[in-house]
Design a protein around this ligand. Structure first.
Ligand code: ATP
Ligand code: MG
Length: 381
């Protein structure tokens, strides 16, 4: 190596020396805020001319939701009533309606796995909105006051995006799980109270949300807030009163279920009549059920594959394998097959309800006996 080096070819100048006295104001400097550019003059990142050349993840908000476009909207069914509610709520929050007080928060509630979160994402993606997200887990913290501060921060983040000319909203998933209160025995934490109070305060003064440590009072853009949850009766009652929150109970109709299932099975050549029959065979099941059902059909393929490879070699073949992951032929989805798996899922649900181990543990600490009767009848899975 040393022999190959020709020292005479080296220039004596330091080719990076210019960096020391560089005064350019290129895009990267703007991103970094060189020369303290007021944020007013910066477009939202990823928009307009202000596309960051280089950015570390510190610059990218953890709350910003980016959609993966290949599995949203196209082919998926959005229930018309759901779409209508969400669209109208967001739109009217950006309008100046004469003498009308528009509630800032839209609360979508209903049974588990009915497609509240999923359809919100579909609608927002369709509108081209990347919402600022929060989840229930962020509403509790060991530091009192932290979650309330985070809500205000995320709200201001969304307001900044709007101020820079891009529609945005704040989206909180499963609000009742983080801020609700189950029965009289659960503890009401300081954070519970502050989250409820903060949301109430934002709903009352949507254009005056200040962050701690900021003393120049600024008027901020109004940001529509969308929250989902299962049971809003666990929330602080004044928060959900009509002036603050518009409440929308979501339960899919039979037509919605058929539409959604058509979307779920769209790549599987399932006939329209079969989809209808499937939905009618399992009335009252959530939308999540039909998604799980489709995934179940692949179980047989996976089982066959395991038998081919051999149980001992499964790990070697899947993790860091040179051959890559196995691919499967599209399994045939006949009505009988779907109904069979559907019944299996229903029996699993019933087992959970029937056995109720927790109660059994408390009364007699029985583990072995809990499934006794099911094992005898041969219906235990
Ligand atoms: N319109 C739809 N098209 C296709 N699949 C859907 C649709 N809506 C829901 N699903 C499926 O159902 C699953 C459950 O939906 P989602 O998570 O939105 O339920 P949820 O109402 O938010 O439930 P939870 O109250 O438990 O949060 C989704 O992961 C998705 O697979
Ligand atoms: Mg959800």
């Amino acid at each position: 190596m040393a022999a190959d080096l020709d020292e005479t070819k080296q220039s004596s100048k330091d080719r990076w020396s210019g960096l020391a006295y560089d005064t350019s104001d290129d895009q990267q400097d703007i991103t970094r805020g060189k020369g303290l550019v007021d944020t007013l003059f910066q477009a939202p990142s990823g928009d307009g001319t202000h596309v960051a050349v280089l950015s570390s993840y510190e610059y990218i908000s953890k709350g910003r939701r980016e959609y993966n476009f290949d599995n949203t909207m196209d082919g998926y069914y959005i229930a018309p009533s759901f779409m209508d509610k969400l669209l109208v709520h967001i739109t009217k929050n950006f309008m100046n309606l004469p003498n009308i007080k528009v509630p800032l928060i839209l609360g979508i509630w209903g049974g588990k796995g009915q497609g509240k979160s999923f359809q919100c994402e579909l609608v927002l993606a369709k509108m081209g909105i990347n919402p600022i997200m929060m989840s229930a887990g962020e509403l509790e913290s060991g530091n009192a006051g932290e979650p309330a501060k985070l809500i205000r921060q995320r709200y201001r983040e969304a307001a900044d995006i709007i101020a820079k000319g891009k529609m945005c909203c704040l989206f909180i998933n499963d609000l009742d799980a983080g801020a609700g209160r189950l029965g009289g025995t659960t503890q009401y934490t300081v954070n519970n109270q502050m989250v409820n109070a903060t949301l109430m305060n934002i709903a009352d003064n949507p254009t005056n949300v200040q962050l701690s440590g900021m003393y120049n009072k600024q008027v901020n853009a109004r940001v529509p807030v969308v929250v989902t949850g299962n049971d809003f009766s666990t929330l602080y009652a004044p928060l959900i009163r009509d002036g603050r929150m518009e409440k929308f109970y979501w339960a899919p109709t039979r037509e919605d279920c058929i539409g959604v299932c058509t979307g779920i099975f769209r790549t599987d050549d399932v006939r329209k009549e079969d989809v209808v029959e499937l939905v009618d065979t399992f009335p009252g099941q959530s939308i999540d059920f039909f998604g799980a059902l489709r995934a179940r059909v692949y179980d047989d393929e996976v089982r066959k594959w395991i038998a081919d490879v051999g149980v001992e070699k499964v790990g070697k073949r899947l993790v860091n394998s040179r051959d890559g992951l196995p691919t499967f032929e599209q399994p045939e989805m006949t009505l009988e097959k779907l109904l069979g798996y559907g019944n299996m899922l229903v029996r699993e649900q019933e087992n959970v309800k029937r056995v109720q181990l927790a109660e059994k543990y408390l009364s007699e600490a029985a583990l072995g006996d809990a499934n006794d009767d099911a094992m005898k009848t041969g219906s235990f899975y």
